[in-house]
Design a protein around this ligand. Sequence first.
Ligand code: ADP
Length: 375
Amino acid sequence: MASGPDENGRERIVQASSPSNDAEKLAGDQALEERAQDMASDPESAEQTRSKDLRPRRFQEYVGQRAVVDSISIAVMAAKKRGDTLDHALFHGPPGLGKTTISQIIARELDSQLIHTSGPALERPADVVGLLSNLKKGDVLFIDEIHRLSHAVEEYLYSAMEDFRVDFMTGAGAFAKSINLPLQPFTLIGSTTRAGMLSAPLRERFGLAYHLDFYSTEELARVVTRSAGILEVDVSDNGAHEIARRSRGTPRISNRLLRRVRDFAEVRNSGTITDLVAAEAMEIEGVDALGLDRLDRLYLMTLSKNYQGGPAGIQALAATINEDQQTLEDVVEPFLLKIGFIIRTPQGRRTTSEGFDHIGLTPRLGGPTGQGTLL
Ligand code: ADP
C-alpha cells in the first residue's frame, strides 16, 4: 500500500515496519514516517511531524553536499538512461543531515516506489524475505539505521543485493526444504549514523557509498531562507544567518529553530525575524552562540569539571550525565569533535583548550588535561 501521490501523481512511499507478508505491509503515511524518524534520531523534535513540507523534493532543491549530489545524480541519470536499476547506495553521517531526504529524492527522480523500513523493524529472517519477495522491478528499498540489522537478517541481504535471489529453509527435520527464490531487481539504500558498525560483507555490497558532512553556515542560511519561504515567515538575511550559525551544522535543527524563533517573533515582536530577535529567542531556548544546547554543554561541563578534562570513557560519561550512550555518541560528540572542543584518544574523550574556553574553565596545567599535554 502506498501513501498519497504528490502533485505529479508519482510519489509512492511505503512504510514496511512489519513486512512478513504483503498484506502486512503498513501504509506509508509520510507524516507518520517522519514522526518515527524524527523521534528516533531527535526525541525533542516532535514538532518535526510537520517537516514534510520542508523536505526538498528534487536534487536542485537539496542544499549543499555538492560532491554527493553531483555523483549520485549522475548515477541516477545513467541508470535511467540504460533502463537499469541504480546500484545499491549507502549514506552515512550524523542525524538530521539529509540522508532520508536524499533517498526520497533518488526514488522520485527514478520514478520508483520507495519502501521505507529500518534495521530494528526487520527482526526475523521471515520479515526480510517477505519484504524482498514483494519488491517490484526498480523499487527502492530504504533501510534506516541499517547498522542495527541482526546478523541473521543481514545474511539474507547478501545474495539479495548481489544476485537478486534469496535462499531460505521451510519446514523442519525430515520435511526441511531449501528454497531458492528469485527476486525482482531493486535498489537498496542504507542509512546509518554508524558506518563503522556495518559488517564488511554488507558494506562491500554497496556500489555507492557517501558520507554526509555538517553544513556550512552559508548553506544553512539557504535552508532557513527556503523553509521560511515555505512557512511564509518574514526573515532578514541577518536573521537567517543567526539561526544558521546556531544550528550545529544540521538542517533539521535549522528548521526546528526557525519554528521556535517564528513563534517568538510573532508573540514578542512584529513577526519579522531579524538577527536580534533570533538571538534572543534562541537564548531562551538554551541554544548558545555556537549552537550548543543544554545537553552539549552538560557533556562538556561533565568531561571538563567532573573528569578534569579526561580522558574519560563514554560509558562513564553517559552514566554521570544519565543520558543514553548512543545519543551522546551519535548526536552530541560528532559536532563537539567537528568544532574541536573534544578529542577522542585510545584512553577516552578529552576536552581541548578551546572546549575549556567555551565554558569558562581553565585546564589544569601540568595535569592530564593541561594545555601542554593535550594531543
Ligand atoms: P537524516 O535522515 O539524515 O536524519 P533527514 O533527511 O530526515 O535527515 O533531514 C531532516 C530534515 O532536514 C528534513 O526534513 C529536511 O527538511 C531538512 N534537510 C535535510 N537535508 C537538507 C538539504 N540538503 N537541504 C534542505 N533541507 C534539508
